[in-house]
Design a binder for this molecule. Sequence first.
Ligand code: GLY
Ligand code: MN
Ligand code: MN
Length: 444
Amino acid sequence: MHHLHREKLFSLFDENQNGVVFIQGADTMYRYSTDYEFPFRQESNFWYLTGANEAECALLLDLNKEEYHLFVPERDTQYAVWHGYVKTKEQYQEQYKPDHLHYSNKLLTVLNQLNPERVFCLNEEQAEFIEDLDRGFNVDTEALVDALTYCRVLKTNWELDQMRKASQVNNEAYIQVMKSIKPGMFEYELKAVFNQVQLRHGLLQDAYNGIFASGVNASILHYVENNSQIKDGDLFLMDAGFECNGYASDFTRTFPANGKFTDIQAGIYQAVLDGQKAVIDAVKPGVKMEDLHMLASRIMMKGLIKLDIIRGDLDEMMEQNVFALFFPHGLGHFLGLDTHDVGGYPKGVDRIDRPGIKFLRARRELQPGMVVTIEPGIYFVPAVLEPAMKNPEQSKFLNVEKVKSLLDFGGVRIEDDIVVTETGHENLTNVPKEIEEIEALMAG
Ligand code: GLY
Ligand code: MN
Ligand code: MN
């Protein structure tokens, strides 16, 4: 399938130009200078174009001939002793089917033969590496990034299938956690349940550091310690996902540790759910992520008014950015080989300088083949709310007594992975999220 990705990239460059693309794949990473080896994860662009899950490789794409050169390391016997094998050139050729296969030490020789007018690189570091080989090469670090971003944003059917598989396993893992949780357990025990389902299905790589947050920890957006004991009455927010063939899933669910929402938990949860569902319903080609962000914010604010947590005129609150006090992150982001995938901001489009929405990671019109997360949330973050309660401009919208009583509430986030289709969308996430469904699942 990766040959389709190369063809897509070739089609974006002028075939008459005498240029090459150069990408260095990922190296094995170690913890400082010890021999603790991190699990290998290929660099996403290299993986996209080659499907080669090997450390220390590089590629050249000859844009004129549309040929693919793969460079692999020449290993010695010591490597075989520690890693179990040394692949022959024939094995590499058979596995990855490049037009030309070389050992890495031939890079300069091949570059000199191709004699390109321009070498397109991913970043300054790789461009410097090429320049250091020979000062005669002209490097460009913009066109390749733009072209790869364009390619990766619109997923092929094969890519969507990998994301569907990652999501199917994620669905199962979430349901297993919801059935397993009990007050008194530690957060990491649920991480163990979650990871066990992923590993059992052969998904070995997490897409990001999973968040398994009980009670007040759920108000910490990147809580990854996952080491607190879960109390009866806590909500539990989990945000985790694994990759299938490099493609991520990224869900969030929030549910009561003891299986039953309290009234206030249900009220706040429903406000988030109403916002999330309305936004997902609105996903279709032509819609803008920033408009969806504001739609979710507005619906959640309506919910908080109904609960008498905030007070006043909804339009005025929206104008005064009251939503940012409770929803301090973006509605969602592109998803793919990276969890926060490329392409959220097309060239010339900047972040919106406004509280809350400035953290939005994607700001463009949705098109068929894009995959986005939709993940609104409401959080009670003391570091945000305590100053707001002291600021008359903001505190006039707050029911201060009620907000004070909720400072240890934590938070609620609900996150689904959504494919934009010609006619609307496909939701890859299929984990119960209605209050009655969650309670029924957890009771069962
Ligand atoms: N877990 C990262 C995110 O939801 O964006
Ligand atoms: Mn997430
Ligand atoms: Mn996300």
